[in-house]
Design a protein around this ligand. Structure first.
Ligand code: CP
Ligand code: NVA
Length: 307
């Protein structure tokens, strides 16, 4: 059966731990200088980015190379996607060449359609609805920073927009069972269906509009930009709604004394988070970015069976 990673519903809890263990082993090997593997030897992995990307694109491309494969970058305007070829055709055509397809786009329905009609793993590199590769990496990073603490005791706080990242944190909390508190301004809550599902699985989930309440007891304080890709025109309007959702030193002081600060990046220093917090010893932002590479290598190894 072809496996995908479009949402957190696509793998079991055991499989997520397997991917993270595999990523940890690959990270250790890479630290020792062993970059090269042959899992994807001679095979191509497609990459479609209909939104901007630095980390996701480069970490996937390098990860594919390090696993012995080749990243086939498809730009919308150079392919027949932009000229209206049916997704049901493109999915079947690409499945005849590629070992998997990594895609960042707006509507998640495109990923679902590619998975439905094609026969290769579809990997969500961010949609309007979710960013599961980032959130799985962030869970991996949080476990690295708190190795003695089981995830069920590792409280995560989310401050700001109820966006794609917040949705994926909710899905992950439903599956992993860690305590999660989200503080979002009124009108900027996460997807109500995802929230409702996650709450049926994990009664610790809190949604509030008080950042101070959300960070109480948190070991990881997360935030993201106030206007995600596709919402740039709402920036000035959002600045008014989000002004009391800045992660600053005073807010971090209300979390656990050893709490880490997390941000998927890119950040807007001085907006959703102060420069002081971004550059503080609590900030693990560049470890998060590095771990995208290791985690996604583990994920590619899991989703793409060796020949
Ligand atoms: N965090 C993240 O996905 O970054 P990019 O947009 O640079 O890929
Ligand atoms: N929420 C942000 C994440 C970027 C990695 C966006 O969608 O733009």
């Amino acid at each position: 059966m072809t496996r995908h990673f479009i949402t957190f519903h696509d793998l079991t809890l055991d499989e997520f731990y397997h991917v993270m263990d595999s990523a940890a082993a690959l990270k250790v090997e890479r630290t020792k200088g062993n970059y090269s593997h042959n899992h994807l030897s001679g095979r191509g992995v497609g990459m479609i980015f209909n939104k901007n990307s630095t980390r996701t694109r480069v970490s996937f491309e390098c990860g594919i190379i390090e696993l012995g494969g080749h990243a086939v970058v498809l730009t919308e305007n150079d392919t027949q996607f932009s000229r209206g070829e049916p997704t049901s055709h493109s999915a079947r055509v690409l499945s005849r060449y590629l070992a998997a397809l990594v895609i960042r786009t707006f509507a998640q329905t495109l990923l679902n359609d590619l998975a439905r009609y094609g026969s290769i793993p579809i990997i969500n590199a961010l949609t309007d609805e979710g960013h599961p590769c980032q959130v799985l990496t962030d869970i991996f990073t949080a476990r690295e920073k708190f190795p003695g603490i089981p995830l069920e005791k590792l409280k995560i706080a989310w401050i700001g927009d109820g966006n794609n990242m917040a949705n994926s944190w909710l899905e992950a909390a439903g599956i992993f069972g860690f305590p999660l508190a989200l503080a979002c301004p009124d009108g900027y809550e996460p997807d109500p269906k995802i929230l409702a599902w996650a709450r049926t699985k994990n009664p610790t989930i809190i949604l509030t509009n008080s950042p101070k309440w959300a960070v109480r007891g948190a070991l990881a304080v997360n935030t993201d930009v106030w206007a995600s890709m596709g919402h740039e025109k709402e920036q000035s309007h959002r600045e008014k709604s989000f002004k009391s959702f800045v992660v600053d030193g005073a807010l971090m002081a209300k979390a656990e004394p050893n709490a880490i600060f997390m941000h998927c990046l890119p950040a807007h220093p001085g907006e959703e988070v102060t420069e002081e917090v971004l550059e503080s010893p609590a900030s693990v932002i560049f470890d998060q970015a590095e771990n995208r590479l290791h985690l996604q290598k583990g994920l590619l190894k899991f989703l793409i069976p060796s020949l």
